[in-house]
Ligand binder design. Structure first.
Ligand code: NAX
Length: 323
């Protein structure tokens, strides 16, 4: 049997945490031969709820679950962590401006970046889910001075999956047939789900749908899918977000040659400003995220990529004192 790996989940008593922990403990993230220890971080008011979640984890008697730590102390939660899923974040409250939200989360992700740097495994892989995810990731990475920026990423795989499902539905195929789609930029209403390089079976996607549908329906629908789910369900996506986070970590650690989308620290590829956390089309190999550098992009793509880049630059400027 392999040695257990330590997986930290923050915001573990929240709705995404609840949809995620049982699947991680059953082996869906790292494989059914990989024992895990869950290290769960919450804020003090949520510790009672977290205790309930821990009881339910115990009651599942998962063979792979070798321990559960529940704590409100970041140093304890991140201690020796091999994988960190930063899900907990401050939601936008009444009267809060976007700037206030960035500030409130800035404080959380500064502290957590430092604690990951000081207490986690030196090979830790960190995924930021909590919003604003790209900029929270930017803050964490800049506060983990001894770690490699490649060890940090933010989640856009949910947006990628939403885009695949929508295109498959429109073209009447199974999702397996949709390849090479990408989501660029920020996990926000400016994200750019791109179809220029995508194919459905052997046919370029843009030969099967009209450009008007792509621009006027597909892109806005992917961008607004989170809001659509809130309207229908009364609360934000949880099971699909948990699924995406598990998928992100599984692909990152076990590898994939299939293109997906992840937010990573830009090294200037595709002319995107270095240092910001931007979603690119990627593959994963040997525990590393690699950008697909083979795309040719047209003026429409470049315009949309710049738009979402501009938003990320504005977010970065609002929190630059934290970097
Ligand atoms: P919930 O409000 O249900 O849960 C969040 C939990 O985080 C709460 O239990 C809270 O006590 C905890 N928390 C707050 N501050 C914390 C801190 N400093 N340390 C540890 N825990 C802390 O939200 P949920 O629906 O689970 O969503 C979590 C985050 O994911 C939100 O920021 C949400 O906006 C974001 N999302 C990101 C998505 C993405 O694709 N990147 C999609 C889904 C989701 O909207």
């Amino acid at each position: 049997m392999k040695e257990p790996l330590r997986i930290t989940v923050t915001g573990a008593a929240g709705q995404i945490g609840y949809a995620m922990l049982f699947r991680i403990a059953s082996g869906e993230m790292l494989g059914t031969d990989q024992p895990v220890i869950l290290q769960l971080l919450e804020i003090p008011p949520a510790m009672n709820a977290l205790e309930g979640v821990v009881m339910e984890l115990q009651d599942c008697a998962f063979p792979l679950l070798r321990g559960v730590v529940s704590t409100s102390q970041p140093e304890e939660a991140f201690s020796g962590a091999d994988f960190v899923l930063l899900v907990g974040a401050r939601p936008r409250g009444p009267g809060m401006e976007r700037k206030d939200l960035l500030e409130a989360n800035g404080a959380i992700f500064t502290g957590q970046g430092k604690a990951i740097n000081d207490y986690a495994s030196k090979n830790v892989k960190v995924l930021v889910v909590g919003n604003p995810a790209n900029t929270n990731c930017l803050i964490a990475v800049n506060n983990a001075k001894d770690l490699n920026p490649e060890q940090f990423s933010s989640m856009t795989i949910l947006d990628h999956n939403r885009a695949i499902a929508l295109l498959a539905e429109r073209t009447g195929v199974h999702i397996d047939e949709v390849q090479n789609l990408a989501v660029w930029g920020n996990h926000s209403a400016t994200m750019f789900p791109e179809l220029l390089s995508a194919s459905v079976g052997d046919t370029p996607a843009l030969e099967l749908v009209t450009f008007d549908w792509y621009r006027d329906q597909f892109i806005p629908k992917v961008q607004q899918r989170g809001a659509e789910i809130i309207r229908a369900r009364g609360s934000s996506s949880a099971a699909s977000a948990a699924n995406a986070a598990i998928q992100h970590m599984r692909l990152w650690s076990l590898g994939t040659r299939t293109i997906t989308s992840m937010g990573i620290v830009s090294c200037g590829d595709y002319d995107i400003t270095e240092g910001i956390v931007y979603s690119f089309p990627v593959t994963c190999g040997a525990g590393k995220i690699e950008i697909d550098k083979s795309r040719s992009l047209d003026d429409f793509c470049v315009e949309r990529m710049r738009l979402t880049e501009r938003e990320l630059l504005e977010e970065r400027d609002a929190i630059k004192h934290l970097l």
